[in-house]
Ligand binder design. Structure first.
Ligand code: FAD
Length: 571
């Protein structure tokens, strides 16, 4: 293997990497190598089981990245999970297939990324998707499942749909009535993947309806194509850094890897090196390769090849909490109940207009605080610009400000939730020149009080939903946090211990190699090429400039589909 040369080397055989590898290897004379640190999980029941969420956590297919102690959230670290396997995080995620609000993707263009907007990304959402039309499955009749075919693809590699285990006992309809009975009603949304997410819906998942198993990136984009002679995958192989051609230009000529037998070697790339190692790894690989902030690199004796100080900056994640209630009726745990509501600011915050005005006044101070907490590497004036765009999305465009899931299980109802668009930003950086060393990951959860406010307000909203008929009559006492822990009518301070003590990462890290103009902190340009290099790209969740209100994978798949067309020279 050590003297092989490939046209393209894709680092990371995960969600985005396998899309790009598949599409590039459609060109028969183009050779593609995927380097993947994990192994195959094709037959791993912790992966395939559509009810298996969480079973893979803490096993050897979970990177289980640890953050620094979170100073704004009680001081404890968090675990941020990510898949270490062919298929990457798509092999351990929650299967949810929910995109973004159109205005959020349009904001990518508004911030300076020409050509990246909802209209240009929608064809790629559709290109990747194989929606399993629920109208063909009688078992889904009456389950409440709806969709608008105009927004879906039916022939792409990735199977998406509702499961054959979908609950069909009228609960979905009762929840809908409950949402309509709120003092500020949340309407039914026929298709939250249409670019308008606000409302209550039954969402689809990445699964194979017929086989009732998880559909992940490997099952969709690799295994059916594994006989292509121009597509190779090296499993259990760790990429250490990019290697460079001699000369002044930053042209990659390969990747240093440690093979499964422990031997370290270099594999050559004739055309490009494409990073797809995930938002907490790709920026670190750039740093190990000499691309980043010289102050950071020099600490570990790494010579700066390209001075690009925002590598690893602007890390954004969400915070996840959950409420739980007793149920008067016992539920069958082998039924799927994929119910989501996405309230806008006007629906979530009782005083939305005043809150918005107050937040607008605070934005310059927020931007200064974020910049200073991160060493002023991204300028406060640039962060202010990002924040103003985010403010407009929330208070003018009416994007969802929270996601609220509801699932019955046994004698309980659980409701996980999170504020969709926190303002806090942190960073991820290497901690050593050793490529296997853990990175320093600091999302700065809860740094800004709006993020906390959204989390508290979402909890209050859930309490309101559970006291509204007909759900109110079906549910019993609140179990978590329980009224003895957080009394009815509790103020923000009373909520703080629960919210900051019990939250977890929502596992949606992004923006650590942001697609943005270079002068405002970008790491990659609109062709996803790393500034200053002639042939290195990043195609994973790191490049998303703003958080999306849906879950990340659908947008990761779509970005990677579009990236492949860019690399092929079609865009
Ligand atoms: P990944 O898919 O993580 O791919 C990165 C790949 O690179 C991995 O295979 C990794 O092993 C490999 N790699 C890393 N470093 C190296 C190295 N040095 N050498 C070689 N290989 C390397 N999103 C949804 O849309 N719906 C959900 O329900 C959902 N639930 C989630 C639940 C959990 C527990 C988690 C962790 C995430 C969830 N997400 C969900 C988020 C979503 O799955 C991810 O954002 C997305 O899959 C990330 O894709 P990616 O291509 O950026 O990275």
């Amino acid at each position: 293997k050590s003297d092989s040369t490939y046209d393209y080397i894709v680092v990371g055989g995960g969600t985005s990497g396998l899309v790009v590898a598949n599409r590039l290897s459609e060109q028969k004379h183009t050779t593609v190598l995927v380097i993947e640190a994990g192994g195959s999980v094709y037959n791993n029941p912790n992966v395939t089981d559509t009810f298996g969420y969480g079973k893979a956590f803490g096993t050897d297919i979970d990177w289980a990245y640890k953050t620094t102690d979170q100073e704004y959230a009680g001081g404890s670290p968090q675990i941020v999970r990510a898949g270490k396997a062919l298929g990457g995080t798509s092999t351990i995620n929650g299967l949810v297939y929910l995109r973004a609000q159109a205005a959020q993707i349009d904001a990518w263009e508004a911030v300076g990324n020409k050509g990246w907007n909802w209209k240009t990304l929608l064809p790629y959402f559709k290109k990747g998707e194989q929606l399993q039309d629920p109208t063909k499955y009688p078992v889904l009749d009456g389950s409440g499942v709806t969709f608008d075919p105009a927004y879906h693809g039916f022939t792409g590699p990735l199977k998406v749909g509702w499961p054959s285990t979908q609950l069909n006992d009228g609960l979905a309809q009762k929840l809908n009535v409950t949402y309509q009975n709120l003092d500020v009603p949340v309407q039914f949304n026929n298709d939250p993947n249409s670019g308008d997410m606000v409302g209550y819906s039954l969402y689809p998942k990445t699964l194979d309806y017929e086989l009732n198993i998880r559909e992940d990136a490997a099952r969709a984009y690799y295994y059916p194509y594994q006989n292509r002679t121009n597509l190779h995958v090296w499993l259990n192989t760790h990429a250490n850094k990019i290697t460079w051609k001699d000369g002044h230009e930053a042209t990659a000529d390969g990747v240093e890897v440690t093979l499964s037998n422990g031997k370290t070697t270099v594999v050559k790339a004739a055309r490009e090196v494409i990073l797809a190692a995930g938002a907490l790894k790709s920026p670190v690989l750039l740093e190990l390769s000499g691309i980043g902030n010289p102050d950071v690199l020099s600490k570990y004796g790494i010579a700066t090849k390209i001075n690009l100080p925002t590598v690893g900056e602007n890390l954004q994640d969400q915070m996840n909490n959950g409420l739980q209630f007793e149920s008067k009726k016992s539920h069958d745990d082998n039924k799927s109940t994929d119910y989501v509501s996405y309230p806008s600011a006007a629906q979530l915050f009782p005083n939305s207009t005043a809150l918005g005005a107050d937040l607008l006044r605070k934005l310059p101070a927020y931007a200064a605080q974020v910049a200073s907490a991160n060493g002023n590497i991204t300028k406060a004036s640039d962060i202010y610009r990002f924040f103003k765009i985010q403010w407009d999305l929330i208070f003018k465009d009416g994007i969802p400000v929270a996601e609220i899931l509801l699932s019955p299980s046994g004698n309980t109802y659980s409701s996980e939730y999170w504020g969709s668009v926190p303002f806090s930003r942190g960073s991820v950086h290497l901690s050593s020149a050793d490529p296997t060393a853990a990175a320093i990951i600091d999302p700065k959860y809860f740094m800004l009080d709006f993020d906390f406010e959204a989390q508290v307000q979402a909890a209050r909203f859930i309490r309101k939903v559970f006291s509204t008929e007909p759900l109110g009559d079906m549910a019993g006492a609140e179990i978590v946090p329980g009224l003895s822990t957080v009394p009815a009518g509790a103020d923000d301070e009373d909520w703080a211990d629960f919210i900051k003590g019990k939250y977890r990462s929502n596992f949606h890290p992004i923006t650590t190699a942001a697609m943005l103009p270079k002068e405002i902190g970008g790491v990659v340009d609109t062709s996803l090429k790393v500034y200053g290099t002639s042939n290195v790209r990043v195609v994973d969740a790191s490049v998303m400039p703003f958080q999306v209100c849906g879950h990340l994978q659908s947008t990761v798949y779509a970005v990677a589909e579009r990236a492949a067309d860019i690399i092929k020279g079609r865009l």
